[in-house]
Design a protein around this ligand. Structure first.
Ligand code: 13P
Ligand code: SF4
Length: 365
């Protein structure tokens, strides 16, 4: 059966005018293999990973089959910081990244000598798309007095312009550290995460106006109504969500951190405002607890308001098997950029070690 192609609107900030305009991207959604094919594909992928000394590193938002496969084959399923760290420390000569392109690029920047493959190389991210390197460089040039902190969800060229890279799990301690050094910050690209970090740390932060098309869709009024109908439920929110949604949260944090919050809480019911791919891990680890998706329907909702990243959904068993068979979809990063782009990433990894944050589950909750 042919794949479905989705058209996706995302905001492209005009850095000169500090406003946003709509741009369009696309995603191809693979069709689910039927049960017999699934079993054959899983067995074949396991064999290929072994034969090729390859490590599968998956994000919590990808299909449950890929998450399980990563763990069953000695790989990892985790947040973007752990994914980078784990692939970097592992001896495998090939890293297969089931996630979106910035994750594959980060793996390549940290491991230029390794082969990095992705099931679908066109898996984008609206934050990355909404922060083109040339426009971002102009924004930085206009504010030379500021320390440049970029989110992991950016291209290699944008990282090469930054002083620090952060993920949602380490953004608060890094910005707090910079504030203590008296630094003023230029932050990109996610405006909601930037706003949250600014509010939590009191740092002087100038924000690029990007957003995540998935988290931007959570609706505060509808969430408050759902909360009223489930008064015992705890609300778990990823900080890429709008401020009004974060204000209703009992816990705010990276994907790993939200899972940990669900595990450690005595509550039996949770409302989750992040991509619904995460529910697989939450339900596996907490089988006696109930997880509800935070509402995306309401004023302004559209056909992609489904709580699932269309680009994470591009990762499937068929294209994973195909890249391992053929070696196609290898990630290449311009070798001229790598020595500069690795600096803000390595600075983050060193800082995580220095402040003794655990290799897994670094977070803000
Ligand atoms: P985490 O680093 O929390 O996994 O977030 C990555 C991401 O893309 C969230 O949308
Ligand atoms: Fe990017 Fe949002 Fe998808 Fe994460 S969920 S990869 S931030 S578009």
């Amino acid at each position: 059966m042919a794949e479905t192609i989705l058209s996706i609107a995302y905001e492209h900030p005009d850095s000169a005018q500090r406003s946003c305009s709509l741009a369009h991207a696309w995603a191809r959604r693979p069709h689910e293999p039927e049960a017999g094919e699934k079993v054959r594909l899983i067995a074949r992928i396991k064999q290929l990973l072994k034969e090729q000394d390859a490590l599968l590193v998956a994000h919590y938002y990808v299909h449950a089959d890929l998450q399980d496969l990563a763990e069953q084959t000695g790989g990892i399923v985790s947040d973007s910081l752990d994914m980078a760290n784990f692939g970097h420390r592992h001896s495998a000569t090939t890293i297969v990244v089931a996630g979106v392109r910035f994750m594959g690029e980060t793996a390549k920047i940290l491991n230029p000598e390794k082969r990095v493959l992705m099931p679908d190389i066109d898996a984008e991210c609206s934050l990355d798309l909404g922060c083109p390197a040339d426009e971002f460089a102009a924004f930085c040039d206009a504010h030379p007095d500021r320390t440049v902190v970029v989110y992991a969800n950016t291209s290699a060229a944008v990282k090469a312009r930054a002083d620090w890279m952060v993920t949602s799990s380490i953004a608060l301690p890094v910005v707090k550290h910079l504030k203590e050094q008296g630094r003023k910050i230029l932050w990109a690209p996610d405006r909601h995460l930037g706003d949250y970090v600014r509010e939590q740390t009191g740092a002087d932060m100038l924000l690029w106006q990007g957003s995540c098309i998935v988290h931007d869709e959570y609706k505060a009024r509808e969430l408050a109504e759902l909360k009223a109908r489930h008064p015992e439920a705890r609300v778990l929110v990823h900080p890429e969500s709008p401020r009004a949604v974060i204000q209703l949260a009992d816990a705010v944090g990276s994907t790993t951190q939200l899972i940990k919050a669900a595990q450690s809480s005595t509550a039996k019911e949770f409302i989750v405002a992040t991509d619904n791919g995460i529910l697989h891990k939450m339900r596996t680890l907490c089988p006696d607890k109930v997880f509800l998706e935070a509402p995306t329907a309401g004023v302004g909702a559209n056909c992609t308001s489904c709580s699932h990243c269309p680009w994470m959904a591009m990762n499937g068993l068929r294209n994973l098997a195909e890249v391992l068979e053929t070696g196609k979809n290898e990630i290449h990063v311009d070798p001229a950029i790598i020595p500069r782009a690795v600096l803000p990433i390595q600075r983050m990894l060193d800082f995580a070690k220095q402040i003794n944050l655990p290799a897994r589950g670094i977070g803000n909750v």
